[in-house]
Write a protein that binds this ligand. Sequence first.
Ligand code: GLN
Length: 518
Amino acid sequence: MTSADLTRRTAAELADLLASGEVSAREVTAAHLERTRAVDDRTHAYLHVDEEGALAAADEVDRKRRAGETLHAAAGVPIAVKDVLVTRGLPTTCGSRILEGWIPPYDATVVRRLKDAGLPILGKTNMDEFAMGSSTEHSAYGPTRNPWDLERIPGGSGGGSSAVVASHQAPWAIGTDTGGSIRQPAAVTGSVGVKPTYGGVSRYGLVALASSLDQAGPCTRTVLDAALLHEIIGGHDPMDSTSIAGPVPPVVEAARRADVSGTRIGIVKELSGEGFQAGVQQRFDESVQHLVDAGAEVVEVSCPSFTYALATYYLILPSEASSNLAKFDAMRYGLRVWPEGIEDPSAEQVMAATRDAGFGDEVKRRIILGTYALSSGYYDAYYGSAQKVRRLIANEFAAAFEQADVLVSPTAPTTAFRFGEKLDDPMAMYLNDIATIPANLAGIPGISVPSGLAPEDGLPTGFQVLAPAMADDRLYAVGAALEARLEAEWGGSLLGRAPDVQSLPLPAAVPATHTTEA
Ligand code: GLN
């Protein structure tokens, strides 16, 4: 099998090929590294590629398989990890200058679980600085480009993870979702992304943006692959005090059954219609019809407080971020900048100079906003009020789930936009997450599955499914049912219709990837 064939396979298919001995883990890993060497100058999806480490991990899997050891079913299928999860011995920058040069001394639990399952780690993917953004344009290392159109954004903050999957540089990847950073990039790149129930996947070693909202999850090309990955990374972790003690919901079984007969699908009135691109809305409506044809029932639900979700999020997130990011003080991690023209600077002066040089504008904007919202005299008016609205939103979800088993909406209001289009207008950028943010505020799980190309621009659209907390399996049942129907209509996957990145003209000024040589 040629290496190009191997990079076209899903993770589930690769797992089967590896188990039957048809290919080795080294061949599969080398194929993806080769693909990355060929196209990453176009996508700039990786911040760091670990050729040596990935091949060594692959060899170890091959050695164990030859020795007849029992391996995880996915052992040898390589993976990419968003640069916000710490990796022992590998750079972890969070897309920020302030962490340049920092090598973590430990692995995040998610990373540990990938390694324990025998998944070679190909590298770390690009992202908006500290996961703040919807386009990767806030990465200090330059943006990632959408494999469908290199002049457009791949979504954010986890645009690197969705792009490596969509451009076949990795069979699957890990992202994190605080307000939509797994689901929105999936939507605009024609891939699948899942934000699990809050507490369903350990946050230990996930560099915190907003601790009460952050959740790591799968970025894949199929719903089944997402379920397989969810099962690997999910489950209780004593190192995370917010980790759920129960078992991982039966996600793989649900993805395989793909059964929606009798499922009540709730269309959230506030999460579609006005403000949504016509082609996005059209593909959403068609997807709902597909689910009805597959046996689901449709109900209309209304959640009036969702109108305040964005405002609520942009008080809670900056408040938590301002506290979480205080640890980047020039003393403990990464960058240290000596202030110019000061003979014998104080620790405070070094901190100020370092933060000034090390943090980008969006990070500074949110730290200032959060510090203000938490300051005495304003705390009740801003942070306190936001917490109350957050409760209302959770209550409205609970009421909606009395009427429906899952709720659905378009994932993002538009298809991928052009670089620079929303960069100078924070509100326009924030609006990308209008449909994804409510789930983070309530701690419930969500998936985005490809719903076709918007007729007006030929770019991917995403269909979002939300379920009650700990009912993540419902996302997979609905997602897989929709995927099966749409792929039958399209005669293959949506990504199968994407142009080959390698054949696209190289845009000017694409930043280089940092690579460790094998
Ligand atoms: N785009 C949202 C933000 O800028 C979501 C980010 C995320 O989920 N990490 O905050």
